[in-house]
Design a protein around this ligand. Structure first.
Ligand SMILES: *Cc1c(COP(=O)(O)O)cnc(C)c1O
Length: 248
């Protein structure tokens, strides 16, 4: 499955397969399917391929890099599609995210929160955000430590344009499922700690966790949003180190 442009039918079939796996994982975990959303991740897929993906029913797409997301937003403005920015953001690009994104899943610093909020206010917009937590303890991963995340979340109510929806993480890349599962549990623990402090702080308190290799485990551990790229769009022709330093 190379990430060449796929037909609408191929996208429909891949989507159906992932949705079937999600339903099976939810069933195993005794969870209600309505609590779980699939966010297709379209990074590296060119606009012409995304036209087919959108026609196959994907109306919100995740992108790791803001420049790529912005380009696609502009080039696909004629279609019904919204954009989720899910990768690390430098403060000098907060303006772009404020302009076009429907959600941002990698909030990880006071300064970024402050800048985003200011940019959003001046545009009269608001934005759904998730706080990114480093649950694996790997230095290569972005996100706040669990303790720092709890403290950070307490400061977010001052930013009225940021609608806090929950927490996001990337698990360790490992074939050892128990180590992956542990990362998801750490994220859930952070959510529970914040809820104990103040149930309003995290809004709906969603957990965004799980990707192509581990979304079923993530659902068993309580995921509300799974971010799936490869299993829908095919294998990327670009090294994952482009998004995650330290990964080959
Ligand atoms: C690329 C990406 C994903 C999806 O990864 P796949 O393994 O292709 O499913 C999920 N989350 C983030 C933050 C990503 O950058």
């Amino acid at each position: 499955m190379e990430s060449a442009v796929k037909s609408v039918e191929e996208y429909r079939a891949n989507l159906a397969a992932v949705n079937a796996n999600i339903a099976a994982a939810a069933e195993r975990a005794g969870r209600d399917l309505s609590e779980i959303r699939l966010l297709p991740v379209s990074k590296t897929i060119p606009e012409e391929g995304l036209r087919n993906a959108i026609a196959a029913g994907m109306h919100r797409l995740g992108e790791n890099k803001v420049q790529e997301a912005k380009r696609k937003w502009q080039n696909l403005a004629d279609l019904e599609v919204e954009w989720a920015v899910i990768g690390h953001l430098q403060r000098n690009k907060a303006k772009d995210v404020a302009e076009f994104a429907s959600e941002f899943q990698a909030l990880d610093s006071d300064r970024l929160a402050e800048t985003l909020d200011r940019r959003l206010q001046s545009l009269g917009r608001s934005l759904d955000v998730y706080v990114q937590v480093n649950t694996s303890g790997e230095e290569s991963k972005f996100g706040l430590t669990p303790d720092a995340a709890v403290d950070f979340i307490k400061t977010l109510p001052q930013y009225s344009a940021l609608r806090v929806r929950g927490l996001m993480t990337l698990a360790i890349f490992s074939s050892d499922t128990e180590r992956v599962r542990e990362c998801f549990r750490v994220l859930r623990t952070v959510r529970d700690r914040v809820r104990d402090i103040d149930a309003d702080l995290l809004g709906p308190a969603e957990l965004s966790m799980g990707m192509s290799g581990d979304y079923e485990v993530a659902i068993e551990e309580g995921a509300n949003c799974v971010r799936v790229g490869t299993a829908i769009f095919g294998k990327r022709n670009v090294s994952d180190a482009t998004w995650w330093p330290g990964v080959s």
